[in-house]
Design a protein around this ligand. Structure first.
Ligand code: 4AD
Ligand code: MG
Length: 462
């Protein structure tokens, strides 16, 4: 039997044909001599109503006993629905039970809190909201690929296990097969890393950037799109220990070009998602964040503002706002500062450029002022920092000096330094936090609700 989704059924030109529906019951309402089954298969936000009566095969044996959460298959005719808000319904000739759900099925047809849904992350994709989040995730991921492919980028697969700390921040998860109870030891009594699986300490990557740079200095334009891991103990609504990052890297590119790329990129992705997911986006605007669509349109329609970090700090200091965290040159911007800049001060996305070298990673290009680096953060409403990127230090001596100054060992970065020895060129790239992008689009307040299975401190269930 050819697959037909509820999305396909609802998209038909007219009622009248035969229809097959397979999915899960959002609810089952049993009246005298008729049952109304609200069936959803996740292909779109809407479910379809299956109406069964005594003429339906399986009515007494199956239909009358159906409860929420059960999986069914129904066959019948697609008819115009007299009900409000639904175009078609299915009058069932036959209903079969595929998989029953017990009466303890935890999802009932009422609003559950997102906190509760996190505890049943294996069932929450069946809710309207989480289902819509996953369809938006899918559309955004495809839009991201479409954008880069159309701009001549190659999709590069960077490794997940690595020996190098791309951010130099020491927030990595160790990967080991050593017996933690009694690890092999060296003559000096230390744990013998050479006996570990990879012959050295290895970790889950915090970023595919360093490998993307290798790609860019050969294929000119590449991007990675994969999981990244950070062992930072941040219990916030915008941090995950495992998140997906999109990292384009471009040869012969400076910070200006990079900021322009980021702007084109976000505009394209948002336009695609609005175009492909009108039903889901209308749902988010109605139920989650009234401004969800409007603020995506602002990104699409308005030019991004660029502000140098130094100026941003002055604007914040003069703002008269009472921020929780202090502002001043050399301090990182906090979420409250980022959001005030983009939401209140400018009212559209802001690119903050030229950050103090002292608070940024070793690989960033040193500006002539010796104090700042050619870095940028793209800030958007609701989320704050959505993208972080920079022009890379492509001058060998300067890069080596910074690696040393940050207490890292140049020997660990020999291959990265080789790129500066053999045909080095100015290049630049950025990282987009994919979950933060989905948060922005959907208006979901907590990042744990926009990834199928959130990995946060103390939580790795499912
Ligand atoms: O600013 P970050 O740390 O930049 C990098 O990792 C660079 N290597 C990227 C590059 O230039 N290729 O991270 C990039 C983005 C942030 O702007 C944020 O959106 C997201 O990744 N991000 C996180 N998202 C969820 N949970 C976390 N713990 C995140 N940390 C960063
Ligand atoms: Mg950053």
């Amino acid at each position: 039997m050819a697959y037909e989704s509820i999305r396909g059924l609802l998209g038909r030109e007219a009622a009248g044909g035969s229809a097959v529906v397979r999915g899960w019951l959002r609810s089952a309402r049993h009246a005298k001599d008729v049952s109304f089954l609200d069936v959803s298969d996740g292909s779109c936000l809407s479910g379809i109503q299956v109406v069964a009566g005594p003429e339906t095969e399986g009515f007494e044996a199956v239909v009358r006993h159906l409860t929420t959460g059960s999986a069914i298959a129904a066959e019948g005719r697609l008819v115009d629905s007299p009900g409000k808000g639904q175009r078609f319904e299915v009058h069932a000739a036959k209903v079969e039970l595929v998989g029953a759900a017990g009466s303890d099925y935890p999802l009932q047809k009422k609003r559950h809190s997102f906190e509760f849904l996190r505890t049943i992350a294996h069932l929450r994709p069946r809710t309207n909201t989480i289902g819509a989040v996953f369809r938006i995730r899918n559309a955004a991921a495809m839009a991201i690929h479409a954008f880069f492919q159309q701009e001549g980028f190659f999709y590069l697969h960077s490794p997940i296990v690595t020996a190098s700390d791309a951010e130099g921040a020491g927030e990595m998860f160790r990967v080991t097969t050593l017996d933690l109870e009694s690890p092999p030891r060296t003559a000096e009594g230390r744990v013998d890393d050479a006996a570990d699986f990879f012959g050295r300490p290895s970790f889950l990557t915090v970023s595919g950037q360093l490998e993307a740079e290798i790609g860019a200095l050969a294929l000119s334009r590449v991007y990675t799109f994969g999981p990244t891991f950070r062992a930072e103990n941040s219990n916030t609504a915008r941090h995950l220990a495992e998140f997906w990052m999109v990292e384009p890297e471009v040869a012969f590119c400076d910070l200006d070009d990079l900021a322009a790329l980021a702007e084109r990129f976000l505009k394209f992705v948002f336009a695609e998602v609005l175009e492909r997911c009108p039903e889901d986006m209308a749902f988010f605007a109605e139920r989650i964040e009234p401004k969800a669509i409007e603020r995506m349109r602002t990104v699409i329609d308005q030019p991004f503002e660029r502000i140098a970090y130094r100026e941003a700090v002055e604007i914040l200091a003069r703002s008269g706002e009472s921020f929780e965290f202090p502002v001043g040159f050399g301090r990182d911007l906090q979420s409250e500062h980022e959001r005030w800049l983009t939401e209140t001060h400018v009212g559209r996305p802001v690119v903050v450029t030229d950050w103090p070298a002292s608070i940024k990673a070793f690989y960033m290009y040193r500006n002539d002022d010796a104090e700042t680096v050619a870095a940028m953060d793209v800030l958007v409403g609701g989320v704050g920092e959505l993208i972080g990127g920079s022009q890379r230090e492509h001058r060998l001596e300067k890069l080596e000096a910074t690696i040393r100054a940050q207490g890292l060992d140049p020997a660990d970065y020999w291959w990265y330094l080789d790129l500066r020895r053999y045909g080095s060129v100015p290049h630049a790239g950025f990282g987009l936090g994919f979950e933060r992008l989905v948060q922005f689009m959907t208006g979901m307040a907590n990042i744990r609700d926009v990834i199928p299975f959130a990995r946060v401190p103390g939580q790795a269930e499912f």
